[in-house]
Design a protein around this ligand. Structure first.
Ligand code: ACO
Length: 434
């Protein structure tokens, strides 16, 4: 018997089936042959929230959640954060390997070429209320870009795809900065293409009346490292949204907007904003034990803790902690860090968190850095979305070029009513509203 198979005996019929096992996985479609009779649809897998279902084959990002390992295209995140710029890592994620100097220059040039927004997009942004949430503005404006570029729908054309990728990578910092300036009521600052990707973003955020913005190099490097850490994370909620929406061959601007919308939720990228609210609520180091007890009693979650895949320290959180120290040398130490450190210390030795393998995730410390840099918490998820756009686009491109992929369309187990007759309006009786 082939060892790389799984034998399944259906006790309903007594029949035995053999299904292939490869990469530690069976194909759920192989279960369909298992039927009680000819009328039977065939066996399905039921996996709410995709707890144990691989939806694709991917060569982009590797995570070993038990060991706390993260690699992009085979390179450890620690090495990339230490050695590379964000644009180098973006190239790596999108193209499969690190660029040569010439390739990097060409890629940086392409991205620079696309940093400006069409004036109609700027006017579109002006229409938002003064207190609109920056993430809602970001999602809407990324979607609105689809109205500006007629070629965007040609998703099967590799050349057009490459153009949209450079466009999106070039424009998301500009959109993010404009959302920020809008919420402060400041005039928008046009991109300065003399500057690096991150320095230009800082220029669009913080330039006032000085003729030329010059970024603090330590802060620019810290932001660049944060961008590297956030660039991709395999099949998370927003990458899954990108792939699902993209699988209908919707254009990449709309699919990216959908992915960003998925990121905005407090259980995903929105957690960094929630962490700051939580630290504010805790207020002081002395209040940490009581807060932890409250969480253990089921009254809320420790935001920035826990992960579907990491059952060990999130390697990104470790690098972020290190980056925080570099930032605080410039901005001064943020007192919230002490609350966060105490929270981590208590949680990591508490049985509740230890048995559930709940460790700090990427969002736990990133917010404290962003706050020290001067951002308000409602901007934090937008800062996450800028680099993650690279990951979304790589996942989207991989999905479109994978001959095994089709429109994403899960099955369901129907639990509703059997066929019923419509009762005329005057004869209906009230029933409990679901
Ligand atoms: N605080 C307290 N308890 C928690 C936390 C937390 N942050 N996270 C999980 N738990 C508990 C759950 O209540 C559950 O306990 P139980 O077994 O007694 O019911 C157990 O740990 C397992 O948690 P699940 O919710 O089943 O884990 P899941 O994989 O579905 O959720 C998630 C992962 C959403 C990240 C969760 O840990 C969470 O809500 N964390 C807080 C929000 C957060 O930080 N999100 C950012 C994640 S990183 C990112 O997306 C960029």
């Amino acid at each position: 018997m082939d060892k790389n198979t799984l034998s399944i005996t259906d006790n309903r019929t007594g029949k035995t089936y053999s299904v292939a096992v490869s990469d530690g996985t069976i194909r759920t479609m192989d279960l369909r042959q298992i039927k009680t009779d000819a009328e039977d649809f065939g066996l399905m897998g039921y996996d709410p929230a995709f707890m144990n279902t691989a939806s694709c084959r991917s060569a982009i990002t590797f995570i070993d959640g038990e060991k706390g390992i993260l690699r992009y295209r085979g390179y450890p995140i620690e090495d990339l954060a230490e050695t590379c710029s964000f644009l180098e890592v973006a190239y790596l994620i999108l193209h499969g390997d690190l660029p040569t100097e010439d390739q990097l220059n060409e890629w940086a040039d392409q991205v620079r070429h696309h940093t400006m927004l069409h004036e109609t997009t700027k006017k579109f942004l002006e229409g938002f209320r003064y207190d609109a949430h920056p993430m809602a503005m970001f999602v809407s404006t990324v979607a609105a870009l689809a109205t500006v570029y007629p070629d965007v729908r040609k998703v099967l054309d590799p050349e057009v795809r490459a153009r949209q990728i450079a466009r999106l990578v070039g424009k998301v910092p500009t959109i993010a900065a404009y959302c920020y300036r809008h919420s402060l009521g400041y005039p928008y600052v046009y991109p300065d293409n003399d500057l690096s990707y991150t320095e230009n973003f800082m220029n669009m955020l913080w330039k006032m009346v000085e003729p030329k913005y010059s970024a603090n190099p330590a802060l620019a490097r810290a932001l660049d490292v944060l961008f590297i850490l956030h660039a991709d994370h395999e099949q998370n909620c927003s990458a899954n949204a990108m792939r699902a929406v993209g699988s209908s061959q919707a254009d990449p601007f709309l699919a990216t907007a959908a992915a960003a919308a998925a990121l905005s939720g407090p259980l995903h990228g929105g957690a960094n904003e929630e962490v700051l609210k939580m630290l504010d609520e805790i207020g002081s180091v002395a209040n940490v034990p009581a807060y932890v007890e409250k969480v253990k009693a089921g009254k809320g979650k420790l935001m920035g803790f826990g992960h579907r895949v990491y059952k060990n320290y999130d390697p990104r959180a470790r690098i972020i902690k290190w980056t925080a120290d570099r930032v605080f040398e410039v901005t001064g130490r943020n007192p919230k860090l002490d609350i966060a450190l105490e929270l981590e210390r208590i949680a990591l030795q508490d049985e509740y968190f230890v048995t559930r393998k709940l460790y700090p995730n990427v969002d736990f410390y990133s917010g404290i850095i962003y706050k020290a840099m001067g951002f308000s918490p409602d901007m934090f998820t937008v800062l996450f979305a800028i680099p993650r756009t690279v990951g979304w686009l790589a996942q989207w491109q991989e999905m479109l070029t994978d001959p095994e992929q089709k429109i994403a369309r899960p099955r369901q187990i129907y639990t509703g009513q059997e066929t019923r007759k419509v009762v005329p309006l005057e004869k209906r009786v009230a029933h409990a509203v679901v």
